[in-house]
Structures are given as C-alpha cells and as structure tokens.
Design a protein around this ligand. Structure first.
Ligand SMILES: [Zn+2]
Ligand SMILES: [Zn+2]
Length: 94
C-alpha cells in the first residue's frame, strides 16, 4: 500500500496524522498510579526540544500542543522520563 503524506504545521506527516494530533489535544491528562496529572505540552519540557524552532521531531505538534500519545518527545509528568516508556503506572492505555 502506498502511503500518502500531507502538509501540517509546516512539516510533512503521514495521511491521517493531523486527526491524531487533534485527538491528542482532547486528552489533557494522564492517570498515573491512580492520580490525575496534566500532560506536558510541547515546549514545556525541562529539556529544550527545539519548540521555538519547529515542530516536534517525532509527532509534528507545534509549541503549546500536546504530543500524540507514544511520541518519544513527550515527558512523563511524574518522573520526567519518556512518557509511557518510563516505569510509572499509566492507566487507560494498552
Ligand atoms: Zn511529539
Ligand atoms: Zn514516569
């Protein structure tokens, strides 16, 4: 199957990805180990991921948007590690 690409946020993403980005904006919190935490938007990380220069290298959101879940640029609000790949107990995702 041939993959199609579309322009979004000034970068090129796979077709259907803008919808994922928009859906991600609706999910503003994570439940981790029974507590609700606000997600960390692109540009609010402790490290500088280049939010002032361009979209996220991994999921193509722009500064102030929430990353698409699973993006390796998203930080965990509890430990500061990579969200969902860290050792924290995320609820609600497989
Ligand atoms: Zn991202
Ligand atoms: Zn964590």
């Amino acid at each position: 199957m041939e993959k199609k690409f579309v322009d979004y946020n000034g970068t090129t993403v796979i077709e259907g990805w803008p919808e994922k980005i928009e859906a991600a904006q609706e999910e503003t919190t994570y439940i981790i180990d029974g507590t609700i935490y606000p997600r960390i938007a692109y540009g609010n990380e402790e490290e500088d991921w280049g939010a002032n220069k361009g979209p996220c290298h991994d999921c193509a959101v722009i500064k102030g948007q929430l990353h698409v879940p699973g993006c390796d640029g998203e930080r965990c609000p509890v430990c500061g590690g990579q969200a969902m790949c860290c050792d924290c107990e995320y609820e609600g995702d497989e």
